[in-house]
Design a protein around this ligand. Structure first.
Ligand SMILES: Nc1ncnc2c1ncn2[C@@H]1O[C@H](COP(=O)(O)OP(=O)(O)OP(=O)(O)O)[C@@H](O)[C@H]1O
Length: 213
C-alpha cells in the first residue's frame, strides 16, 4: 500500500543545509503498523509528511496504492491524499466550539449521524457526542482527532506522536485503536518515540539524526 524508495529532504539553514530526512526506504502493507522511532529531529514528522503527500521530497519515490506520486501536481496529490490517507496530527486540529459529533461529521464525505455516533462510541466517546471539543480532556481530544482522520475509512493512516502527553490508560486506548485499524486492513504508520506505542507495532523503523555532508 505504501512504497517509499530513497526519499530525502533537506532545508536550507543559516549554517548550511539541514538534513530533515536522510535517505529512507520502506514498504508498508495493509495489516501492518509501522512505528517510526528516533530521537527528536531525526525526521519522523518529515517522513510522515512525505508519505502523506504534504511534503515533497528532494529525491526518491513515493507510491501509494500502486500510484506513483513523484510527478503529480499539487492538485493530484491533494486528491489522492483525500482519497487514501487519514492523518492524525501531533496536536489535534479541532473546531473547539463545535461538538464532537460535528467535528467528525464535517470531515465525513457523506453525512451520517448514526455512523458518526457509532464511530465515536468505537473510540470511547459515546458519552461525549454533544460536548464541545474544547471541553474534552487531552486524551479525549486525541481520540476525537483519530475519529476525524478515519471517518472515511482511509486505507492509509498516519499518526504523529499520537500518545505524547497522554497518561498510560489513554495511551493504551489510542495504541489499541491504531493496532485495530491495521488488523482491519489499513496500512498504519506512527511516528513515535514512545515505548507504549512501539509495543503495538508490527515493525519499527529507527531514524537517526544526520548532519549535512
Ligand atoms: N520546514 C522546515 N524548515 C526547516 N527545517 C525543518 C523544517 N521541517 C523540519 N525541519 C528540520 O528537519 C529536522 C527533522 O525534523 P522533524 O520534525 O521531521 O523531526 P522529528 O523526528 O519529527 O522530531 P520531533 O520528535 O522533535 O518531532 C529537524 O532538524 C527540523 O528542525
Amino acid at each position: 500500500m505504501i512504497h517509499v524508495e530513497h526519499v530525502t529532504k533537506r532545508y536550507p539553514g543559516a549554517r548550511g543545509a539541514v538534513v530533515a530526512l536522510p535517505p529512507t526506504s520502506l514498504d508498508v502493507r495493509r495489516g501492518e503498523l509501522l512505528c517510526v522511532a528516533g530521537e527528536s529531529g531525526a525526521g519522523k514528522s518529515t517522513l510522515l509528511g512525505v508519505i502523506g503527500l504534504l511534503t515533497t521530497p528532494d529525491a526518491g519515490t513515493v507510491v501509494l496504492d500502486g500510484r506513483d506520486c513523484t510527478a503529480m501536481s499539487n492538485r493530484q496529490r491533494d486528491e489522492l491524499r483525500s482519497e487514501l490517507v487519514g492523518i492524525v496530527p501531533q496536536l489535534p486540529r479541532l473546531f473547539p466550539e463545535l461538538s464532537a459529533l460535528r467535528n467528525v461529521e464535517l470531515a465525513r464525505r457523506t453525512p451520517d449521524r448514526v455512523a458518526t455516533e457509532r464511530l465515536l462510541a468505537h473510540v470511547g466517546l459515546a458519552d461525549r457526542v454533544d460536548h464541545a471539543a474544547r471541553t474534552l480532556s487531552g486524551g479525549e481530544q486525541q481520540r476525537l482527532s483519530l475519529a476525524r482522520a478515519i471517518v472515511n475509512g482511509p486505507p492509509v493512516v498516519l499518526a504523529d506522536e499520537p500518545t505524547s502527553g497522554l497518561d498510560d490508560r489513554n495511551a493504551e486506548v489510542v495504541g489499541t485503536l491504531l493496532a485495530r485499524l491495521a488488523a482491519d486492513g489499513a496500512a498504519v504508520v506512527v511516528a513515535s518515540h514512545d515505548a507504549r506505542m512501539r509495543a503495538h507495532a508490527t515493525r519499527t523503523l529507527e531514524l537517526t539524526v544526520r548532519s549535512a555532508a
